[in-house]
Design a protein around this ligand. Sequence first.
Ligand code: NAD
Length: 274
Amino acid sequence: MAALDLFGLEGKAALVIGGGQGMGESTARMLAAAGCDVAVVDVERDRAERVADAVCGIGRKGFAIIANVLDDDQAAYAVEEAERQLGGLDVMVSIVGQALFTPIIEMTPEDWDKDHRRNLRYFFVSARLVARSMIARGKGGAVVCIASTDGIQSAPFHAAYGAAKAGLIQLTATMATEWAVHGIRVNAVAPGSISTPRLPETQAHRDAMKASLVPMERSGTTDDIGKAVLFLASDMASYTTGHTLLVDGGWMAANLFDARKMAIKKSTENRLSN
Ligand SMILES: NC(=O)c1ccc[n+]([C@@H]2O[C@H](COP(=O)([O-])OP(=O)(O)OC[C@H]3O[C@@H](n4cnc5c(N)ncnc54)[C@H](O)[C@@H]3O)[C@@H](O)[C@H]2O)c1
C-alpha cells in the first residue's frame, strides 16, 4: 500500500475555518498534500486567497471563502458555499480562536462572552451545520477542532479562554458520541505553546522554553499542529473519536511529573517531621 493511501483522503473535500495563516495554513497544505480539495475560510481575503492558491499549487482544487464565522449567518454561508463548490464535505477543521489576557477580578461579562463566542460558540454553530449535511449525504466524515492545554489545566489570566476551551473538549466528546452512529468522528488537538504568525517566537520565549518544563525544550510549530490535525482527519485515526490529542512537547506530562514530585517531597517532609 502506498503511504498516501493510509490517509484515505485522496479526492476528499475539506473545509478549513481560519485557514488563512499559521496552523490553518499548515493544515490546508497538509490536507491538500494528502489528496483533499480544500475550501479555505477566513475573515481576511488576502490570507484565504494566498492559501487557496497554495492548495491549487499542490495540484488540488482550492478556493477562498471570505466570512466572519462569529456571525451565525456568515458561518452558515461559509459551510453552504464550501458544500456547493465541493459537492459535499468529508472533513471539517476549525482553527479560529483567541484569548484575552485579563485577571478574573478585572474581567467583564462582555470579555467572558467574547472569548466564548470566538472559541466555543461558533464551533457549535458551524460543526452542527456540517454534521447535518454529512448525515444527509450518508458517507460519514471527520471533524477536528483546536482546543488548548489551557482547557485542561488552570489558565491564569486566560480564565474565559480556558473555560471555553474546556467546553470545546467536552463538546468534542459529546458530538463524537451523538454522531458516531452516522460515521462522523470528532476530535480535538490541544496545542501547548506554538509559534505562529500572530504570536511569533522571540529569543526571550525560546529561553523560557529551555528553562521551563517543556521537555522538548522548544515551542511547537504550526506544522506540528497541521500533522496532528491531518492524523485525526484521516483514516489513520479510523477508530479514534471524542479524543483530545495533546501536541505540547511533553508540557502536560512534565506538569504531572512535577506535581507528583511535589507530593512525594511533601509526604517525605511529613514523615521526617513526625
Ligand atoms: N499559539 C498558541 O500557542 C496556541 C496554543 C494553544 C491553542 N491555540 C489555538 O490555536 C488556534 C489558532 O491560533 P492562532 O493564533 O494561530 O490563530 P490566528 O489568530 O492566526 O487565526 C487563524 C486564522 O483565522 C482567521 N480568523 C480569525 N477570526 C476569524 C473569524 N471570526 N472568522 C474567520 N476567520 C477568522 C485569521 O484571519 C487567521 O488567518 C486558536 O484556536 C488558538 O486558541 C494557540
